[in-house]
Design a binder for this molecule. Sequence first.
Ligand code: AOF
Ligand code: ZN
Length: 350
Amino acid sequence: MKRVSSGDEFFMRRTFELARLGAGFVSPNPMAGCVIVKDGAIVAEGYHKKFGGAHAEISAIKQAKSRQLTADSMYINLEPCVHTDKKTPPCVPEIIRAGVTRVVVGMKDPNPAVAGRGIRALRRAGIRVDVGVLEKESRELNETYAKWIVTGRPFVLLKVAVTLDGALTLKKGTRSGFSSPESYAYVHELRQLYDAIALGSESILIDNPLLTARRKGQRSRNPVRVIFDRRGRVQKSAKVFHEPGETLVFSSSLAAALRELGRRGVMSVLVEGGAKLAQSFLRGRLVDKLMVTVTPQVAHDLNAPRFPFGYIRFSKSRWEIRGADAWFIGYLGMEKKSRAERDKSWRGVH
Ligand code: AOF
Ligand code: ZN
């Protein structure tokens, strides 16, 4: 039985804030945050700071000990680990030793090496464990990790910006940045969150972008830049090759490239453009999540190119407002149509 109070949700939200401080530095581990509560107040906090470093629970326990406080409850967005044969010792024995009497967990660890074993081990030690507080939010926080740890392939987010009338540029044959400053700031957050940014050769040739993560006042790291260039058109002089961080060029199929990235521990890919690459990802059913930034401007030209969505179907979706823009966020559902029907819907979009 789950007994959840609004206090539980408050403390769980704090674990998300802490977990996010590790964004971009912990992959391919999950983001994890932990708070220790005594008599209804937070007495210690911790988060997973970098890959190979201490887990969130261990940092929080250390902080509580340094303040000579004992814990009664512990909140953590992800089930504590029990498995060995990894970089750090398992958390469960430390939690038991710390004398915690109740553990509140956002979600089960989808890692097949954990998958409920951590929860069972805590319960066997007589600790009350409540699982599933803000579970939906916990899952979204680590959605890229969950896909990669289970399938070995990276989670793919496709991001597109369009005008109110669905155009990709204001005028045919031009490139125009039309999103709001708030949307641009969020794109840099996404670049921090995702392990890799992917672009087609066309975008490199036309825009010559930097593809770095630039956030004001926070530590940033650059994602791996991935360029899909089947015809070898991108020159070594392109700016992406001269920025800090790694740049990989693939001439293979997208599916093969994603498998290779997954093998290298890249658990998430942000596809930023252009329209042709986006279409190939959608067509190959390689997209997990789609974000469309809609700006309150209309194209100056009825011939401005439109986004070639083809036939897609969303399993879940929502809108978020950032500055003047509305962001559509949708998850791609499993196709019910046959392959032939789907291909028919794609015909004519090139
Ligand atoms: C936790 N707390 O803060 C994290 C967990 O190689 P290691 O020792 O860092 O272990 C990585 C695995 O531990 C990872 O695949 C996932 O199952 C879990 N991550 N667990 O209790 C944390 N980051
Ligand atoms: Zn752990």
